[in-house]
Design a protein. Structure first.
Length: 332
């Protein structure tokens, strides 16, 4: 019964969030890609639809414009769609509205279980210290064990959901020992600062911004507990139809990732107006983040499988799934 309620709730949340993303968040997409191509777009088979989030290298790739220049020579244009989070992005892929996109490591597990026709095509290096459990600087909570009975804000189905599970497990607790409060980052930050919750499981750059504000301290981060990778995905139909374009996307992303590794200050300057977050906090986040494009290896698949099995054991996935069934293999 709990599983049914969870999936009904999650499905409803995703549907509403997707509608909002398409109606409002994607205004950037409508004003740029659509405005430029409304009168001269090639046929839909020559359009690549990419979903992105404000924090990530796909956003940087979009801003640089290099991908469009390269694809134009091949007869393709790009339509960009902005999403507030990975679950909403993958729901759009499930609806057939996207060809390519990115999320953290937890959302694709839920999406695969829901039947989303996604394929893992690449990943980033691990970034375990880029997410953490925060408490107020003057909080009486000194150890993870002190979270028992306390309210912890987190984004449901996200990477920090898995982080929280691992952190409390190490302390001998379970999710039933705490009070999870499921909120998106902006609402969670407000609840945390107002004292409505006792702790906050969050990722960069929101984590760095909270640190810089001087009102938070780190109770635990992901070091030694989680990989915290970013993944890049293609829809199955797109991967089958355009394998060479996936390689083009990955090559252009690799260039951006190399730039980001070499210029954390430049990354911060670029993202500050996009996110409305202080440059110094963004530079902190960028400096502790390792950028890069890596293949989906057996080790990466195994790590994802552990996450899937953990959520299944917790009753948050309705069935056991095999991550290896959703990995892209270039058959050209």
């Amino acid at each position: 019964m709990k599983n049914k309620v969870f999936w009904k709730t999650l499905g409803g949340m995703l549907a509403v969030a997707l509608w909002l993303a398409m109606a409002s968040g994607c205004g950037i997409h409508n004003e740029s890609a659509n405005a430029k191509s409304s009168s001269s777009s090639p046929p839909s088979s020559k359009v690549i639809r990419i979903g992105y989030q404000k924090y990530g290298t796909l956003n940087m790739l979009k801003a640089r414009g290099d991908l469009e220049k390269r694809l134009k020579k091949l007869g393709y244009t790009v339509q960009w769609a902005l999403f507030p989070g990975g679950p909403q992005l993958l729901e759009a892929m499930n609806a057939g509205s996207l060809d390519f996109g990115h999320t953290g490591e937890a959302p694709p597990v839920f999406a695969q279980a829901a039947g989303t026709p996604l394929l893992y095509v690449a990943t980033s290096p691990p970034n375990p210290v880029s997410e953490a459990i925060l408490v107020k600087k003057d909080s009486s909570i000194q150890t993870v064990a002190d979270l028992k009975g306390k309210k912890v804000a987190l984004n449901k189905g996200s990477n920090v959901h898995y982080l929280l599970v691992q952190v409390i497990k190490k302390a001998g607790l379970t999710l039933s020992d705490i009070q999870p409060v499921y909120l998106p980052p902006a609402d969670a930050r407000a609840a945390f600062e107002q004292g409505s919750v006792d702790a906050w499981a969050i990722w960069d750059p929101f984590y760095a911004a909270a640190e810089k504000g001087g009102k938070a301290r780190v109770l635990a981060d992901g070091q030694g507990l989680v990989a915290n990778r970013e993944f890049f995905f293609a829809s199955r139909s797109f991967a089958k139809r355009e394998p060479e374009l996936i390689q083009v996307l990955l090559e252009e992303l690799k260039k951006v990732e190399q730039w980001a590794n070499n210029d954390p200050k430049g990354v911060a300057e670029f993202l500050a107006p996009e996110l409305g977050i202080d440059e110094q906090a963004l530079e902190t986040a960028s400096r502790r983040h390792v950028y890069g494009i890596e293949p989906i290896t057996n080790e990466v698949i195994s790590q994802q499988q552990i996450i899937a099995d953990e959520f299944h054991t917790l009753g948050l996935l309705p069935k056991k799934l095999m991550v290896k069934d959703a990995v892209w293999h270039d058959s050209r």
